[in-house]
Design a binder for this molecule. Structure first.
Ligand code: 2AM
Ligand code: CA
Ligand code: CA
Length: 302
């Protein structure tokens, strides 16, 4: 396969995400105007709308026309198969709106998230929220930015000594009935309401309802960490590319080596703890601080 031109792929992906985002926004206006609400439900809290289906068709057709030899991983084509080394687009093709529950309610944390992985590593990522007009984008080695102008992180050069100073994003997710959910809630409680990690309770815990946006807000430095169990690769691939390019780090479970590498297994693994760029101090590099805080957090999870 020919050498990939990441700059032109990034440009293509930004355009695609903007158009898909416009479809999502227009779709919501139509939907609210007509009162239509017959959504297919994967379960009572996992919704797929008509707008999802239109966007899905649009995204797949555009990518297939532009990059006919690339592969896809998304719900429709994803049957637990392995992610190969080949250029693979990772986007939610069954339900391309990320933050579908928010979308249904008119809560503006909604985006489309499109990533490309090569050799199992995210190399291009675009996350676009058409309601807040926030476009996060990155390609490997090119840095990450907001609205194609502001370099990420955009919140200054800040240290983070302990998770007691952190604004943490977590989420309920869509599977609410298994024991894992209970332990997830326990972890959120430990972090948010007890001084068990970092000696202090965290500044607070936020739930946004979109995994892709949550990771981008960490990349931007607007939040310090995001933790979720159950996300699919298409919820995180684009965001992880953006996070890495912004100097952030992503970790899997506590049983995985805390080396910050994102390989195929990690990308398909569904458990993620991501942390923003941290300014180095005299005693710790950026990565040492990220690793230490990730370990502190993951040690209080199952
Ligand atoms: P969705 O809006 O496309 O359903 C909420 O936790 C975030 O994680 C959303 O981005 C949601 O995507 C995604 N998500 C989807 N399935 C999930 C699952 N089984 N567990 C946790 N998060 C999930
Ligand atoms: Ca979705
Ligand atoms: Ca999703």
């Amino acid at each position: 396969m020919a050498e990939l031109d990441l700059d032109s792929i990034l440009e293509f992906t930004i355009q695609l995400a903007r158009e898909a985002g416009a479809m999502i926004k227009n779709g919501q206006e139509r939907r609210f105007a007509s009162g239509a609400s017959e959504d297919q439900k994967l379960n009572s809290v996992d919704l797929v709308t008509e707008v999802d289906k239109d966007v899905e068709k649009f995204i797949t057709e555009k990518i297939m026309a532009a990059y006919p030899d690339h592969k896809f991983i998304g719900e429709e084509t994803y049957h637990g198969q392995e992610l190969t080394d080949d250029p693979t687009w990772i986007a939610d093709l069954r339900s391309p709106i990320d933050g579908t529950t928010n979308f249904v309610h008119g809560f503006p944390m909604v985006c489309t998230s499109i990533g490309l992985a090569v050799k199992g590593m995210p190399v291009v990522g675009v996350v676009y929220n058409p309601f807040l007009e926030q476009l996060f984008s990155a390609a490997k080695g090119r840095g990450a930015c907001l609205n194609q102008g502001t370099t990420l992180p955009c919140t200054g050069d800040r240290p983070l000594a302990s998770l007691g100073e952190a604004l943490i994003i977590a989420d309920f997710g869509s599977r609410r009935s298994n024991p894992q959910y209970k332990s997830k809630m326990d972890t959120m409680y430990i972090v948010g309401a007890t001084p068990e990690i970092g000696g202090k309770m965290a500044h607070s815990v936020r739930i946004l309802g979109s995994a892709a946006l949550s990771i981008c807000y960490v990349a931007a430095g607007m939040s310090d960490t995001y933790w979720e169990i159950g996300c699919w690769p298409w919820d995180v691939c684009a965001g992880i590319c953006i996070l890495h390019e912004a100097g952030g780090a992503a970790f899997g479970t506590k049983s995985r080596p805390l080396d910050g590498t994102v390989d195929k297994e990690m990308l398909m693994g569904r458990k993620y703890f991501v942390i923003r760029h941290i300014s180095p101090t005299e005693t710790e590099t950026t990565f040492e601080a990220q690793q230490r805080l990730a370990k502190e957090f993951l040690d209080c999870t199952d």
